[in-house]
Design a binder for this molecule. Sequence first.
Ligand code: ZN
Length: 611
Amino acid sequence: MLMVRNFVVTAMLLAVFGCSPQDASQPEAGPGHGQAEPAENAARRPEAGSAGTDDALFGAFAEAWIEQLLEREPEWAIYQGRYEWADRVTIPDVATRAGRHEFLHQSMEQLRQFEPDRLSPARRAEYRLLENRMESMLWYQNRFRNWQWMQSSYNVAGPISLLLNTDFAPEDERLRLVSARLRAVPDYYAAARASIDRPTLEHLDLAVTRSRGALGVLDDDLLERARAAALSAEEVEQFGQRLGLARAAIEDWVAWLEDQRQALQAGDNARPFRIGETLFEEKFALDVQAGLDAGELYQRALQEKTRLHAEMDEIAVEIWARHFPDRVMPEQPLERIGQLIDRLSERHVTVEEFLPEIRRQIPALAEFVREHDLLDQDPDKPLVVRATPEYLRGAGNIASVSAPGPFNPGAETFYNVTPLESFGPDMAASYLREYNHWILQILNIHEAIPGHYTQLLHANRSPSLVKSLFGNGAMIEGWAVYAERMMLEQGWGDHEPELWLMHGKWLLRVVTNAILDYSVHVLGMEREEGIRLMLREAFQEQSEAEQKWRRVTLSQVQLSTYFSGFAEIYDFRERRKAALGDAFSLRDFHNQFLGYGSAPVAVIIELMEDS
Ligand code: ZN
């Protein structure tokens, strides 16, 4: 249930929000040439003058810096909808990393010539976002060094798929860009192999799955597509040769990974996936940008779990007899809540109806939002529900939203749903119970309307390129979780207690995500204990718990972002409501809140309170 928000964290892949492969958010992106490109002309020391002058200078700096970053990181640029450099592949080697390091250090120096206090509030927010982005990129490369141990971040298929699936230029031009990228694939994987040092087994396994998915993109159909396009015979031949060499390079990479797995297992020498307290706190500070640290958030999550258990028990007592007329209600609250959730989970669609049902619900949600005047929508930009492409599968997510960047707002936004047929029958049955009649509605609110998809439309309309590009994950996920509760409060589902109980379970999952994330990476929680927490105290299905365990071994901090963002947004709305009284309008609040783009919640609060 997240937005595939690869773009947020680093060198930033795609604006897939929601439920997605977090580790893919750390691709080696970079110019591939290694030489630094100083941005001397971009930043000038601001002269003494009005805030207007400082603002204008800062705006020019930010714009120039983004252009440089786009040019240096062509994969990121593709995901943002800029294709000028799409024929270039960033080779993840020492020279690329050295060039990036140099560039970022110079960028920091230039940024610090501005004094944030002399900027207007909106520009000050951008200053903080740019500063965070630069620090974050340096931290990932120099300190976290995930390029060394996260093999799953190496994948050539993502940008190629986007070039093939996005209609930004005629087919033949796009295929020429693909051809140029195919050419670099052997060098790309050679550099990837040279970068890896003592990886984790967990990321190794994901890398194998993803790379097999990449072979599904670079298949014979792609060659057929090149043959059918307006390319010369020579170009088609070259395309075929490059495709063959690229496939061979990926196959070699997979074979190499499998050898590595054997060697690591034999020598018991794999890197532990737990990152420990110091790195976790550092990553939390950079990725989440919240007003508290990870340890404090963990404590808050523990309190919220207790509160939710009490709330859910009240509902359970109220509706018990309706669902169990002949069964004595258990003494233990967790016991009776669990039995009710179990019973309610029996109501669900079939495997075949899973995707069509999602497709059916989207217009109903849009209509409800319109009728209740909850926020602005854009009927011209429909959401396309599709089966998740192979190259995005494998990280344990059922649903995600992948969206065009702000440079290409006209492109299609996809709601990716992994077909349940792709799991075994037992796993599929378990998913259906998890995404039952009630939870499926909440999932659609979260992913689509008015969750990730709606938030993204607003973000792309935001006049701030900085905020559109460097979105904050806690704001993005927090908004989607907030949207669930807000829709129920406004009467989606007619205040049905069963829906509220299930919502309690869903929110409990968000709370448990934060608890699990911290417990596993910092406190050393083992698998068995983690699974027990999810099954017993968060009422999850076995399949969900196992997938979540997998995710916590592949990502760090990301699972804490939902709860952090939700709590901040919800509390702010309540404060605002109390302060404005009758003048408070939910629609205005939402439109204004989303109008600032995907900035950290704390920054949005500051801007709204200033306005
Ligand atoms: Zn989400």
